[in-house]
Design a protein around this ligand. Structure first.
Ligand code: HEM
Length: 129
């Protein structure tokens, strides 16, 4: 990835983000730790994630244009997010990036960028709380 380009560009733009989201959510839904947190109809979540990741990775501000300030930690507060769940979320993303053939350096860079927010969203130490 060139140092002056965005992750959005390096991954291949909007179509690539769309593909990433479509590869990621089936893994999320199938994961025993995080799958049950998501609604049966995953399409609206996928659309929001497509918009969010597009802007998070340096593309057009699609999410903010429609939904306003991301406030992602606050939006995740209704869900009990443990360290194990953050790890599971990142593992699904790692698997999706690998499945799509994203090269290793870029994959690690993307995961590093996502691990900040993922661990920041932890809001409980155990499922019981
Ligand atoms: C740490 C582990 C994570 C878990 C367990 C988790 C789980 C969830 C859940 C349960 C929802 C709500 C689905 C619904 O609408 O009912 C959600 C929404 C969302 N998540 Fe996460 N998430 C995690 C990390 C992340 C990360 C790292 C990002 C992006 C950096 C992210 C971006 C989003 C977005 C954009 C939405 C939609 C927000 C909206 O309603 O507008 N999530 N997540």
């Amino acid at each position: 990835m060139r140092s002056d380009s965005t992750i959005y560009e390096a991954l291949g733009g909007g179509q690539a983000i769309r593909q990433l989201v479509e590869t990621f959510y089936p893994k999320v839904k199938a994961d025993p730790l995080i799958g049950p947190l998501f609604p049966e109809d995953i399409d609206p979540v996928m659309e929001k994630q497509y918009m969010f990741l597009t802007q998070f990775f340096g593309g057009p501000q699609l999410y903010s244009d429609v939904h306003g300030h991301p406030m992602m930690r606050a939006r995740h507060m209704p869900f009990p997010i443990t360290r194990e769940r953050a790890d599971a979320w990142l593992a699904c993303m790692a698997a999706a990036l690998e499945e799509l053939g994203v090269d290793e350096d870029l994959r690690h860079f993307v995961l590093q960028r996502l691990s900040g927010p993922a661990y920041h969203f932890i809001n409980t130490g155990s499922e019981q709380e």
